[in-house]
Design a protein around this ligand. Structure first.
Ligand SMILES: [Zn+2]
Length: 189
């Protein structure tokens, strides 16, 4: 069972960082797995960037992913559909404001996107679920990168890693599920 405490709820979690929902300029959904868009209905009047391929897959997922997308095929209602009008659907790599780019990285899901943020020390990748642990990025001596266990296509993961290799990111990658990111309060450090 997954429980969301009061503290975890989106408005409260943001407030803890000194931000109110009304202060947000826009929101980025890296993908539409339920645990990454559950707050969408709370974000009214803001653009929520998401990839076209991800919306298409979320509308009609492979049956294996019905629960992951809370699909209507299993009599559920995906949270993102309660704020469909908020979606700003993009198709491929897109610069949304100076210094922030969306980069299409299929693998964890078909329309997954990472976020590239320009900093004084080069571009950082907010990798989300595409790179769960730092080891997925840094590899193990045999493999340059380790494809995360949670993926919809190893082929796509491989190609997306090749795409990232072209960016020369070095260690400027923040994995989505690794406590290592909390070693620094602010990036770049
Ligand atoms: Zn996911």
């Amino acid at each position: 069972m997954v429980l969301q405490t009061e503290e975890m709820k989106l408005p409260n979690a943001l407030r803890k960082c000194g931000v109110n929902i009304e202060d947000l300029d826009f929101v980025i959904n890296t993908h539409l797995h339920w645990d990454h868009c559950f707050g969408n209905p709370l974000i009214r009047g803001k653009k929520i960037f998401v990839q076209k391929k991800e919306v298409e897959f979320a509308e009609n997922p492979l049956p294996t992913y019905y629960l992951t997308y809370e699909s209507s095929h299993v009599n559920m209602t995906p949270q993102w559909t309660y704020n469909r009008e908020g979606l700003e659907i993009v198709d491929g790599d897109t610069s949304i404001v100076p210094g922030i780019e969306l980069i299409l990285l299929p693998g964890h899901s078909p329309g997954f996107q990472g976020v590239l943020v320009e900093t004084t020390k080069g571009k950082y990748l907010l990798a989300g679920d595409f790179i769960g642990q730092m080891e997925n990025w840094t590899g193990n001596g045999i493999h340059k990168h380790i494809i995360p266990a949670s993926n919809v296509s190893q082929f796509d993961c491989y190609k997306s890693f090749e795409k990232l290799d072209m960016l020369d990111l070095a260690d400027r990658v923040l994995p989505g599920h690794d406590m290592i990111v909390f070693e620094h309060e602010i990036y770049p450090y």
